[in-house]
Design a protein around this ligand. Structure first.
Ligand code: UD1
Length: 350
C-alpha cells in the first residue's frame, strides 16, 4: 500500500502527545507523506528521544517541538493562534489502566480537560479537523466477534477506558453542535512493534503492563520470567486472543484519516474506524511467533488470570479498508523482530 505524497501547499498537522510511542510513529508517517508537523508534549511520560528519533528517520532536523501541557487552556489557545494548524491528532493523555483505577480523578481531569482545551482552541482559531486516538477498550467484552464500529460500547471497566468513551462523546457532541468541526475517532486494537530503523519505539516506565514490552524485556534479561495471565480461557489454546497491530501500520492509518478529513471526503461529520488487522492471535501464539522471529527462547510460565482482561477481541477493519483505503500489511514476525531490535537498541547491544 503506497502512500501518495502530498503536493501543493503543505498542510500542517499538530500532534499532541507526539513525543510518545504512537505519536512519534505517526509524526514520521505524516512527515514522509508530505505534511508539516508540529509536535507538542509535556514530556510527563516520555523524554525527548522520541522527537530526536523522528528527526533522524525523516531528516527533518527543524521539526517544531513545543513543550506544553494541554490542560493549560491559555497555552493551547496560544499554540493554535501562533501557528496555522489544519488538523490536530490528539494523543496527549494518561494511559495506565491500573493507575487509573487508583487515581480516577487524575485521569478524568487530565484526559478530559486536555481534549476539551484542544477542541476549544482549534475552533477558536479556525482549525476544523480533529482526530482522536481511541481504543478497542470501549467495546469491553464483546458479545460477538469480530467487532465492527456498530458493535455496542460496553460499560468501561476502568477510569482510563471511561475517558476514552467520554472523549469520543465529547468529540461527537462537539461536531454535532458546531457546524464548523469535523471529527474522526480511531479505535486502536493492540499496537505493538517499533519503527524498522529501531530509532523509535515503546519506552515503558517501570515494569511494563503490556505484553510485548514485557516479552522483549524478559528476552534481554531485564525481567526474569514472563507471566502469561491465564491459560483456562474458553479460546483454542486457553490464552486470551487479541488483534496485535504493527505500530507503523497503525501510524499510517492516521495519514489516510487526516487526508480524508483535509480533502473534504468525509461522508459524516463524525466518523469512527477500527484500526486492527482483523486476525486474532492468542497470547501463546504471540509468544511462539516471537521465539520463531528472533530465535530467542523465552522464559515464561502460566499464572492466574489478570483481573479486568477480556477473553478475546479482534477487529473487523472492513470500514477502514474501504473508506480510508488503508490496510494493515506487516507480518507479525517482522513486527516482533522490530520490537526486539528496539529492545536491543535500548540495551546498547546492537
Ligand atoms: C490494554 C488495555 C487497552 C489499551 C492497551 C494499550 C484494557 C482492558 N486494556 O489492552 O485499553 O489500549 O492495553 O496497549 O484496558 N499479558 C500477559 N502477560 C503480561 C502482559 C499481558 O499474559 O505480562 C496478556 C494479557 O492478559 C492480555 C494480553 O496479554 O491477554 C494483552 O495484554 P496488554 O498488552 O496489556 O493489552 P490489553 O490488556 O489487551
Amino acid at each position: 500500500m503506497h502512500i501518495q505524497k502530498e503536493s501543493g501547499m503543505k498542510k500542517c498537522v499538530l500532534v499532541s502527545g507526539g513525543a510518545g510511542f504512537i505519536g512519534s510513529h505517526v509524526s514520521v508517517e505524516l512527515i514522509e507523506a508530505g505534511y508539516d508537523v508540529i509536535v507538542a508534549d509535556n514530556l510527563s511520560n516520555c523524554d525527548l528521544s522520541g522527537v530526536e528519533g523522528v528527526k533522524k528517520i525523516t531528516g527533518k532536523e527543524d521539526l517544531p517541538f513545543v513543550k506544553m501541557d494541554f490542560c493549560d487552556a491559555e497555552a493551547a489557545m496560544r499554540l493554535f493562534r501562533e501557528h496555522r494548524i489544519d488538523a490536530v491528532i490528539h494523543f496527549a493523555g494518561f494511559k495506565a489502566v491500573g493507575e487509573s483505577v487508583g487515581e480516577p480523578l487524575k485521569y478524568y481531569r487530565n484526559n478530559l480537560e486536555s481534549f476539551i482545551n484542544v477542541i476549544e482552541a482549534a475552533r477558536a482559531n479556525g482549525c476544523r479537523n480533529i482526530l482522536f486516538s481511541s481504543s478497542a477498550t470501549v467495546y469491553g467484552e464483546p458479545d460477538s466477534l469480530p467487532v465492527t464500529e456498530a458493535s455496542p460500547r460496553k460499560e468501561a471497566t476502568s477510569p482510563y477506558g471511561n475517558t476514552k468513551q467520554m472523549c469520543e462523546d465529547i468529540l461527537r457532541d462537539s461536531v454535532k453542535a458546531y457546524e464548523d468541526l469535523r471529527g474522526i475517532a480511531l479505535r486502536y486494537f493492540n499496537p505493538i512493534g517499533a519503527h524498522p530503523s529501531a530509532l523509535i519505539g515503546e519506552l515503558p516506565r517501570g515494569v511494563p503492563n503490556n505484553l510485548v514490552p514485557f516479552i522483549t524485556q524478559t528476552a534481554i534479561g531485564r525481567r526474569e520470567c514472563l507471566s502469561i495471565f491465564g491459560n483456562d480461557y474458553p479460546t483454542p489454546d486457553g490464552t486470551c486472543q487479541r488483534d496485535f497491530i504493527d505500530i507503523v501500520d497503525l501510524a499510517r492509518a492516521h495519514v489516510f484519516a487526516v487526508r480524508r478529513m483535509l480533502d473534504g471526503r468525509m461522508t459524516e461529520a463524525y466518523e469512527i474506524y477500527n484500526i486492527g488487522t482483523g486476525t486474532p492471535l492468542s497470547v501463546m501464539q504471540l509468544v511462539n511467533a516471537f521465539q520463531e522471529a528472533t530465535g530467542v527462547a523465552l522464559n515464561y510460565r502460566f499464572t492466574p488470570r489478570r483481573p479486568g482482561d477480556v477473553t478475546a477481541i479482534w477487529a473487523d477493519p472492513a470500514k477502514a479498508n474501504r473508506e480510508l483505503g488503508w490496510k494493515a500489511e506487516r507480518d507479525i514476525r517482522d513486527t516482533l523482530a522490530a520490537a526486539w531490535a528496539w529492545e536491543k537498541h535500548l540495551a546498547g547491544k546492537d
